[in-house]
Design a protein around this ligand. Structure first.
Ligand code: AMP
Ligand code: MG
Length: 592
């Protein structure tokens, strides 16, 4: 990850027993003699300690210093306690003074994505790492393999290993970046993007619809406010009782008994000023009479005729009363433009007396499936076909977002038919979405058609599922060409289409909910890309948020989306999340 660090990072990956430390120990003098200034990062057991019981620094640390810096004429050491969780790899690298180094060598950190030399000795009897790890840039072993193009060095030939490291540093670690590909963004062609880059790019290219309309409150659910809302009234309108009970004056608390002069139900009022010695029996929500400001709960009262006592009740002036404007005062800011109207917002707008809301007009989305093998459901299945599921998944997703859907059905694999249909769709709709036929290398007609229609880019997103994605403009309308695989369609939609549609609908600063959960199974991923596994999260018996996968993760297995309640997001820097480790999840409730 050249972009994040000043110096190249190179690791040594091996199973224990291979003699990593011994090799590096022998290598370092050769490298320093060749002029390299070396930083070493070593991953150790969780309870390692460089300090010794009894030493001053040890005593001070144990006494509570969470950072302990000890220095002398010859060296200093900073010990930082990280009881919550282990520091992140790239953060640790920033702890080095990289201005004073030429390379950082890493021992361990097998599961993190950065360039590494694989060390392998036959007698250790462990499997090779390079077939499953794209970050291996060379092999140093005591045997040769012939199924790889990677440079191979004799593990006992320290001179050659030294030379490899020197070359690596001279090329500023670029071998690693070629091989990890995804890791470094700045140098890649625009056709190869990270998830975040794709999202940013799309968001920067779509705009909120201009037109707004007045929408009756009854129909306003999930619409987006097109203006700021200021309260035209006090809520509540009048000071009222929060309890069923008796209202008295706050300057008149010390009596044995009070005279009940009236009973006030919600929706009514006692019109006179309450006098000392008097009380009004009052129901929840009824207006507090003038002069009164305190309510005693009915349960603390004993009434006989028009005489009431509150024996034993400790009464505070002002208690059990809701003040006028306590919820919202006249003129207060209530909602800002771009707020999504959900149940609570609907209720609040109604509580302010609004009969309608000014909202952005609904978004019209045109939808196609493509592919000659794709058949509409509802008729007997023909040979060599699959039923169209994508159009229906996307319909659901669009419905959820409150879009108007224009269903164009399944596009025949015919270039001119496609051009005409998509052209027409872009005139009728604000957004056009297709699925299928965008894989790089595919000879699908849709790509030929799109090439002729407008500025469409064919991206490869470093993610799985959902690597291919076409995005561009047709007649100034955003176009999304989603992949064909049913799971990829959904994962691409929630990652790229949903944020864009929300922005077009006028919603401001929408962010998907992401939280951390503890993996209850090992989660494998490929370094250099974002992996979205389908997951099920829940609280375990200890109240911790845990997550497991739904099982088989093929991108055609739509059932995995149906069983999932979240996506597990494994970042490109990680290749395996072990049981007990924390992983990011994206809950899907309310989104799919
Ligand atoms: P493609 O990207 O067109 O090569 O499609 C990838 C996979 O997704 C193929 O197995 C297609 O058959 C499948 N696929 C494409 N469109 C649909 C669809 N509308 N519904 C279900 N599966 C589809
Ligand atoms: Mg296809």
């Amino acid at each position: 990850m050249k972009s994040r660090h000043l110096v190249p990072i190179l690791g040594f990956a091996a199973y224990s027993g291979t003699g990593k430390t011994t090799l590096i120990e022998a290598l370092l003098p050769k490298l320093t003699k060749a002029g390299l200034r070396i930083g070493m990062l070593k991953h150790a057991h969780h309870n390692f300690d460089v300090d010794k019981p009894g030493k001053d620094s040890y005593r001070l640390r144990k006494a509570g210093a969470s950072q302990m810096l000890i220095s002398s004429r010859n060296r200093y050491a900073l010990m930082t306690e990280t009881p919550e969780e282990e520091s992140e790899f790239h953060y640790l690298l920033t702890r080095f003074d990289q201005q004073k180094l030429d390379v950082i060598l890493v021992e361990g950190c097998k599961n993190i994505a950065f360039p590494k030399i694989e060390l392998h000795r036959e007698e250790v009897g462990k499997p090779w790492l390079y077939p499953n790890d794209d970050n291996i840039v060379a092999i140093a072993a005591d045997t040769k393999v012939d199924d790889t193009e990677l440079p191979q060095i004799d593990i006992n030939d320290l001179e050659s290993i030294k030379q490899f490291v020197l070359d690596f540093v001279a090329r500023k670690g670029e071998i690693g970046n070629e091989i990890t590909g995804a890791a470094c963004c700045d140098t890649l062609s625009p056709a190869f993007l990270s998830v975040a880059q794709g999202q940013e790019k799309i968001l920067s290219l779509v705009n909120t619809v201009a037109e707004t309309e007045a929408c009756p409150m009854q129909q306003s659910y999930y619409r987006v406010l097109a203006n700021n809302v200021v309260s035209p009234v006090n809520v509540p309108q009048y000071t009222n009782s929060a309890m069923d009970g008796f209202a008295i004056r706050g300057d008149d608390l010390q009596r044995d008994h009070y005279q009940v002069v009236a009973e006030v139900l919600a929706g009514h009022a006692y019109e006179q000023e309450l006098q000392p010695g008097q009380t009004v029996k009052i129901m929840t929500g009824a207006p507090i009479p003038q002069g009164a400001d305190t309510v005693i709960m009915r349960e603390q009262a004993s009434q006989e005729g028009d005489n009431v006592t509150f024996a034993g009740a400790s009464i505070k002036a002002g208690q059990n009363v809701r003040q006028a404007g306590e919820d919202l005062s006249l003129g207060a800011d209530v909602f800002t433009q771009g707020t999504r109207i959900e149940s609570a917002e609907m209720g609040m707008l109604a509580s302010l007396g609004f009969g309608d809301a000014t909202v952005y007009r609904k978004l019209k989305v045109a939808l196609f499936s493509t592919g000659d093998e794709v058949q509409a459901p509802g008729s007997e299945q023909k040979a060599n076909t699959i039923y169209d599921s994508n159009r229906f998944t996307i319909m659901g997703l669009l419905e959820k977002l409150g879009c108007e859907i224009i269903d164009f059905g399944i596009l025949e694999d015919n270039e001119q038919v496609m051009i005409d249909a998509i052209e027409k769709a872009s005139q009728q709709a604000d957004v056009v979405i297709t699925s299928g036929g965008v894989s790089v290398g595919d000879a699908d007609y849709i790509k030929l058609a799109l090439d002729k229609l407008g500025q469409i880019d064919f991206w490869r997103i470093n993610m799985r599922p959902g690597r291919p994605l076409a995005f561009g403009q047709i007649n100034n309308k955003p176009f999304f060409g989603l992949p064909g695989n049913p799971v990829a369609v959904m994962v691409s939609f929630v990652n790229f289409v949903e944020p864009a549609l929300r922005k077009m609908q006028g919603e401001v600063n929408w962010q998907p909910l992401k939280v951390n959960a503890i993996a209850t199974e090992d989660l494998r991923s490929k370094q250099g890309r974002t992996e979205f596994s389908r997951g099920v999260y829940q609280l375990d018996s200890a109240g911790r948020l845990t997550v497991r996968t739904t099982g088989k993760q093929g991108s055609g297995i739509l059932r995995s989306m149906s069983e999932a309640n979240c996506l597990i997001e494994i970042s490109p820097a990680v290749d395996t999340v072990k049981v007990g480790e924390s992983v990011t999840i994206i809950p899907l409730q309310g989104r799919i």
